[in-house]
Each structure stands twice: as structure tokens, then as C-alpha cells.
Design a protein. Structure first.
Length: 418
């Protein structure tokens, strides 16, 4: 499995990210001052849409942020050391523009009422727009791969993460409190879930202020460990440059796919696909900031456990609370894009692999999960390159209509008609 995450894959991410950044800058070369978020909110969004975007960003704490990303981050810190956070930030910044393009293309191609992205349907509709007959085998294979990706999220994180250092009674207590809070949030609806997300942000800010004296050493540890070769600085360091880069790229790629292809929280109704692209980039940026903040807090709690005896169990309680919602949303998304027998078949295959691992003591399920994640990343990159020109045509149309206020080309529609 490690041989898949190597220099050619890193080069692919670098080329894809640089290509989308360069082409986007070329489209907005004469209106770059209008491309910032302040201009987007003030001129392109009404008050109701701004309010919906804010609520949507807050809802992502319950939907697509915590379980996979944070558990995988803890696992990557153990495998690649603290330096993997630096390489995660680099990888995620490269994925931001492709993430926006993937969201915009899905917003353009999706039929009314479709909420869950499906790469198989995306491939079919891209080929139909071009007047090319879709290849049923390729579409079917990509659809099955997408189902396997959603099914692999849970065993991937459960097999990758060890709860060393967290006593089982403390974990059990966190799970009990989280289950009670999750039940209250499900009964209370969206307002209660937004309140829990806001409470977590307040807790995270207070915990970082409490560890203010430890943040500078933690940031210095991340930066030193990102480049030093096998230099032991701390229990979560010294894995080497190769392990740090690989772990950071795995974490960044998993986060990109989670944002672009996994089950999503309810999103606002956008008037143009590029609005969805900007919203996806905002979600990705918020994910990056929160991920780094939680990672630094985790490093501080590991470096100075005596000062974080109260913070650690509260953090894990929030972690379990959001994780329960992620499990619920991910299973719902799995059955939403696939037939019931397809979803059950995927879960059955993974269950069989889990039993085989338990009997043989191997890590076959973990290798399969990471391989599926790698194949999904390659598939998403292929789709983005296949329809990159149409995304930039949509970007030009957005510029003409919303920034220059001129009539767009009559043959270019802002939404696909089904």
C-alpha cells in the first residue's frame, strides 16, 4: 500500500493544483479585485444567501468534518510524526481549486433533487454533454468504486487508529455522554446541532488560549519535524521525511474526497455553479484551519498532559458526538447513491475482510481501504481533467454575468437541463 502514495502521485496533485490556479487567474486577470470573498459576499450574494452559507458552514461540523478527518489525523501523527501537519496543509491548499471545480461540475450536472455526489453519474453526464455515448462498464465501475469508498470510511479509520494513551473507562464515558448529546441534537433538530457546533468552537478557542504557552513549541515542532530526517524530538516525531510527506498527502487527499464525494450536509440553493465552487473552497479552508487547530491542541495535550486533564476528555466527547452523526450521514449517503443490495453487498465484502483480518491477524482491510481511497483520488483527478475546459467556460460565464454584467454566450447555459 505505501508504494501507491509515492512521487508520481505527489506530482499529479501538484500539476492539477497549479493548473487550476493558473487557469483561474487567467480568467480573472482583468477582474482579480472582484475575486475575493468580500466582493463575493457583498456583490454576488444576497442577505438570505449569506445567512444560508454561514449556517451551512456551521452544519459541516456535524456532517463532514470530524470522524474521518480527525481520526485519520491522529493516525497520521503516529505514523508520520508532527511534521505531517505541514505537508497536509500544503496538499490541502493544492486540492482547494480542484475541490471547487468538482463541486461546480456536480452542481451543473446534477438532476433536480439529487444531493449526494456520484462520480459514476458525473462521468456519464460529461460524456453525454459532449455528444459521446457513455461507456456503461466505466460508469458502472466508477459507481461501484464510489460505493466502496463510502463503505471503506468506517473500517479505514477504525483499523488505522489505536487509542493508546486513552484509558478505556474514559473513552466509555465520552461515548455515553456523546450518545446522549447526539440523541438530544437529533430531537432538537438543526438549531440544536448548530448550538453544539458553536459550543465546540468556543471550547476549541478556550482550549487553545489555555495552551497558549505550549502553542509556539508545538508549531516549532511541526515545522522542524516536517524537514528533519529521522530526528527524534518528541514521541510523535522522528518518522522521517518520507513518512511525514506520505502521511500528509494521505490526510489531505482523504479530506478532499470527503469534502467532494462523501455525504454532505444540506447545502444552500446556489444561482450559479461557481457559487457552489466558492462555497466548497470556503468549506475546505474552514476544514484546513480547524484540522490544524485540533492537531496542535492534540500535540499540546500529548506534550503537557498534566495541564490538559480536563481538556482531553471534553475534546474526545465532542469528537464522539460529531462522529456518531458522521456515521449516520455516511450510511445514509451510501444507501442514497446505490441500490439497497449494492450498499449491503459493499458492507458485506468489508465485513468479510474484517473477519478474515481477525482470523489471520493481517491488515488486508486496511490496505484495501487505502487502495480504494487512492483509486478514488485518481478517478476524481481524471474527471477534473476531462471536463476542465467546461468548468473554465462556466467560470468565464460567471465573470461575464456577475462581474462585468454583459450578456453571456447564448449557447452556454449555467445549468444542465434534464
Amino acid at each position: 500500500m505505501p508504494q501507491l502514495w509515492c512521487q508520481p502521485f505527489y506530482f499529479l496533485i501538484l500539476c492539477l493544483g497549479v493548473y487550476y490556479v493558473a487557469r483561474s487567474r487567467r480568467v480573472f486577470s482583468e477582474a482579480w479585485n472582484k475575486r475575493n470573498l468580500e466582493s463575493f459576499f457583498q456583490e454576488q450574494c444576497g442577505q438570505s444567501l449569506r445567512r444560508e452559507i454561514g449556517r451551512g458552514l456551521l452544519r459541516t461540523l456535524f456532517g463532514d468534518l470530524p470522524l474521518f478527518s480527525w481520526l485519520m489525523m491522529f493516525s497520521m501523527l503516529r505514523q508520520g510524526g508532527a511534521g505531517c501537519l505541514f505537508w497536509y496543509a500544503v496538499c490541502m491548499l493544492l486540492w482547494l481549486h480542484p475541490l471547487g471545480a468538482l463541486s461546480a461540475l456536480w452542481e451543473y450536472y446534477r438532476a433536480p433533487g439529487e444531493k449526494q455526489p456520484d462520480l459514476g453519474l458525473l462521468l456519464e453526464r460529461i460524456r453525454r454533454r459532449k455528444g459521446i455515448e457513455p461507456r456503461p462498464r466505466a460508469v458502472r465501475g466508477l459507481h461501484i468504486l464510489h460505493l466502496l469508498f463510502l463503505a471503506c470510511l468506517l473500517p479505514c479509520i477504525s483499523g488505522a487508529v489505536s487509542w493508546d494513551g486513552l484509558p478505556l473507562p474514559r473513552l466509555g464515558t465520552s461515548l455515553v455522554w456523546a450518545a446522549l448529546a447526539w440523541a438530544v441534537c437529533r430531537v432538537g433538530g438543526e438549531r440544536m446541532r448548530r448550538a453544539a457546533a458553536t459550543l465546540f468552537l468556543v471550547f476549541l478557542g478556550g482550549a487553545l488560549l489555555w495552551n497558549l504557552a505550549n502553542l509556539i513549541p508545538a508549531i516549532g515542532l511541526v515545522l522542524r519535524d516536517a524537514f528533519q530526517l529521522n530526528r527524534f524530538l518528541f514521541a510523535l516525531s522522528g518518522a522521517g521525511l518520507e513518512a511525514a510527506v506520505r502521511s500528509g498527502v494521505q490526510l489531505g487527499t482523504g479530506t478532499f474526497l470527503l469534502q467532494g464525494a462523501a455525504a454532505r450536509a444540506e447545502e444552500p440553493a446556489f444561482p450559479h455553479p461557481i457559487h457552489a465552487a466558492v462555497y466548497a473552497q470556503m468549506r475546505g479552508t474552514c476544514q484546513l484551519v480547524l484540522q490544524l487547530a485540533v492537531g496542535l491542541l492534540f500535540l499540546c495535550s500529548e506534550m503537557v498532559p498534566a495541564e490538559n486533564q480536563i481538556i482531553q476528555p471534553v475534546l474526545y466527547t465532542f469528537f464522539c458526538l460529531f462522529g456518531l452523526e458522521f456515521v449516520f450521514s455516511n450510511l445514509r449517503g451510501l444507501f442514497r447513491i446505490g441500490r439497497r443490495w449494492e450498499a449491503l453487498a459493499c458492507l458485506g465484502v468489508l465485513g468479510a475482510l474484517l473477519v478474515a483480518d481477525g482470523l489471520s491477524g493481517s491488515s488486508l482491510l486496511l490496505h484495501v481501504s487505502w487502495s480504494v481511497l487512492w483509486l478514488m483520488a485518481l478517478s476524481a483527478a481524471g474527471l477534473l481533467m476531462m471536463d476542465a475546459s467546461w468548468y473554465f467556460i462556466l467560470l468565464e460565464q460567471y465573470r461575464d454575468v456577475y462581474l462585468w454584467h454583459v450578456a453571456p454566450h447564448p449557447r452556454v447555459s449555467s445549468h444542465m437541463k434534464w
